[in-house]
Design a binder for this molecule. Structure first.
Ligand SMILES: Cc1cc2nc3c(=O)[nH]c(=O)nc-3n(C[C@H](O)[C@H](O)[C@H](O)COP(=O)(O)O)c2cc1C
Length: 188
């Protein structure tokens, strides 16, 4: 597992996490692990504890996996077909009485982040995808707003990819400097 070149030493779970596209098509996810990563999403914080996230999980070959796969743009289909599972997150923008939940996407992002870290801890990789047909996915979620489909699997060697997918897999991982994103209060 390669670590990101962090400016400060941080936890392995964060420094080692990345979003590979080269996935092992023979790898499967156990019921226990899938339940564990869904549980991690469940325990995310949310504004007023409204928990606006709604999730759909599918294992490769089952009907949920196929329904989510069919929504992906062709580039994402080309590599994520080897995922062991997909988990999609949609969010409810309003409460049952119609009151808006202005933070619903933020809350759902926190659930996705927790799911991702738990999956990494269990030896899987997670790759978030916004590249899907949101209108096509909407009916799957009973009115909630589709936000992301996550491919979950085991990482495989980059060489099974080709073209832009391979190039992106072996490119150095980069981030803006702390001094660029912390616009005030960065310790000396
Ligand atoms: C909301 C969101 C949507 C993304 N959508 C896609 C996508 O549709 N296809 C894709 O290949 N990668 C997608 N990514 C992955 C990002 O490109 C990736 O997280 C970013 O380049 C940083 O790489 P890292 O996660 O390995 O650090 C998405 C990531 C996020 C957070």
């Amino acid at each position: 597992m390669t670590r990101a070149e962090t400016a400060v030493d941080i936890h392995d779970l964060i420094a080692e996490r990345r979003s590979p596209r080269s996935l092992d098509e023979t790898a499967e996810i156990s019921k226990e692990d899938l339940l564990g990563i869904l549980e991690a999403a469940r325990w995310a914080p949310s504004a007023n504890n409204l928990q606006p996230w709604r999730l759909i999980a599918g294992k490769r070959g089952d009907s949920n996996f196929t329904a989510l796969f069919d929504c992906l743009v062709p580039f994402n289909q080309s590599w994520s077909k080897r995922a062991a599972a997909f988990v999609a997150i949609a969010g409810t923008p309003t409460q049952p009485d119609g009151t808006a939940i202005p933070t619903f996407m933020y809350d759902c992002g926190l659930a996705a982040a927790q799911l991702t870290i738990e999956a990494h801890h269990r030896g899987y990789v997670v790759h978030q995808m916004a590249g899907f047909d949101h209108e096509k996915a909407a009916p799957l979620f009973n009115g909630a707003t589709p936000i992301v489909i996550m491919a979950i699997g085991k990482q495989a060697p980059a060489e099974q990819l080709e073209g832009p997918a391979f190039d992106r897999e072996v490119a150095p991982r980069v981030r803006k400097a702390l001094s660029e994103i912390v616009i005030a209060g960065l310790p000396d």
